[in-house]
Design a protein around this ligand. Structure first.
Ligand SMILES: [Fe+2]
Length: 284
């Protein structure tokens, strides 16, 4: 286990096999394998479908998305070795606090990243958020992502690119190129709730998460981040449409449904640590 508390999200997506070994060992110490007559744990059912049907190159069919989300909808924290910490963590300040965006208020507690399984075709992972913590605006290029809030409440703000691309270059924006995007999700998701899905070009492929309460999310990413294949996680800052727009670019909707996104370095205040999976062991 690395001792660093300061992870870049893309670095975390490629954890090492030694760490995976200890995660499995820990999980096996807490759970015995089910007998053949016992029902299959839902997380195992999700894994089995992913392994059998997901590929690195073919986007999942609507039927497959339905099959996976139907099981994910039933999964709660106890199915993946978590307890609902929603009632216990009151050290944050809540989403509505005027201090929500103050870096000092996100302080000590990092977001915990838990890797369940990785392959060429998909990543299964969880994020455990302390209250008020944020995963800044980032993208999932050419990827489909299923997300299930396991406990607590999470604010999701998500964009899709406007097509064809509308880009203001450095002459028009001294801070650097910006590209027009449309806001497609801006809501709080509270457990229990259904699985949300984003696609390569729709559903809010670029998103920002803010923990309204302490909360956890189970994610399936297909295919996984892979820099060599052009699937690199990029972070963005969003500017109101009025910052650079004149009204002529809008395809439909109002100005407040659009924003200009500027690519930025991985934010320095993205605090993450790696956690250990303690749910039912997953037979791979
Ligand atoms: Fe994401």
């Amino acid at each position: 286990m690395t001792s660093s508390r300061f992870f870049r999200l893309p670095n975390l997506i490629s954890s090492n096999s030694t760490n995976m070994f200890f995660q499995r060992l820990f999980a096996m110490a807490n759970y015995s394998f089910s007998s053949s007559s016992s029902p299959k744990p839902p997380i195992q059912a999700v894994y089995d479908i992913c392994k059998k049907k997901l590929t690195p190159s073919i986007e999942p069919t609507p039927q497959l998305i339905y099959e996976l989300s139907s099981i994910l909808d039933t999964i709660g924290p106890s199915d993946v070795g978590l307890k609902d910490e929603h009632q216990e963590d009151d050290r944050g300040h809540g989403f509505s606090s005027p201090n929500t965006l103050n870096r000092l208020d996100r302080w000590a507690q990092p977001i915990t990243y838990i890797d369940l399984n990785e392959s060429e075709s998909f990543t299964m992972c969880m994020f455990c958020f302390p209250t008020s913590s944020v995963i800044p605006l980032h993208d999932h290029p050419e990827m489909t992502v299923l997300s299930k809030v396991l406990y607590g409440s999470l604010h999701v703000k998500a964009y899709d690119w406007v097509e064809p691309p509308n880009i203001k270059n450095s002459k028009e924006n001294p801070r650097g190129p910006v590209r027009l995007a449309k806001l497609v999700v801006d809501k709080v998701m509270s457990a229990p709730c259904s699985t949300s899905i984003l696609y390569p070009k729709t559903g809010g492929n670029l998103h920002c998460f803010t923990a309204v309460t302490s909360c956890a999310v189970l994610d399936i990413l297909t295919p996984p981040y892979e820099e060599h294949s052009g699937r690199r996680c990029t972070y963005y800052r969003d500017y109101p449409y009025s910052s650079f727009g004149s009204g002529g670019e809008l395809i439909d909707g109002k100005e407040d449904e659009y924003a200009w996104l500027e690519e930025i370095d991985t934010p320095e205040d993205l605090y993450m640590r790696e956690g250990v999976y303690a749910g039912p062991p997953i037979r791979v």
